[in-house]
Design a protein. Structure first.
Ligand SMILES: [Zn+2]
Length: 61
């Protein structure tokens, strides 16, 4: 299974379109990830500008 990361918001998705920003600008070249359950109370989410719960790549090329 190849998951891809959105170049916009870094959301990792198994599909071909980002479920958050609906873009197909995805990259299979990403490294590391965090799982955000509660964006409003997560310092990591705020640092990465994440507003929806999910799995996010730390680095996307
Ligand atoms: Zn996105």
């Amino acid at each position: 299974m190849t998951e891809k990361a959105c170049r916009n918001c870094h959301m990792i998705t198994p599909g071909s379109v980002c479920p958050v920003c609906k873009t197909s600008s995805l990259s299979s070249d990403w490294a590391g990830y965090v799982i955000i359950l509660d964006p409003a109370n997560s310092a990591i989410a705020q640092k990465l500008n994440i507003s929806a719960p999910g799995k996010y790549a730390l680095r996307v090329r």
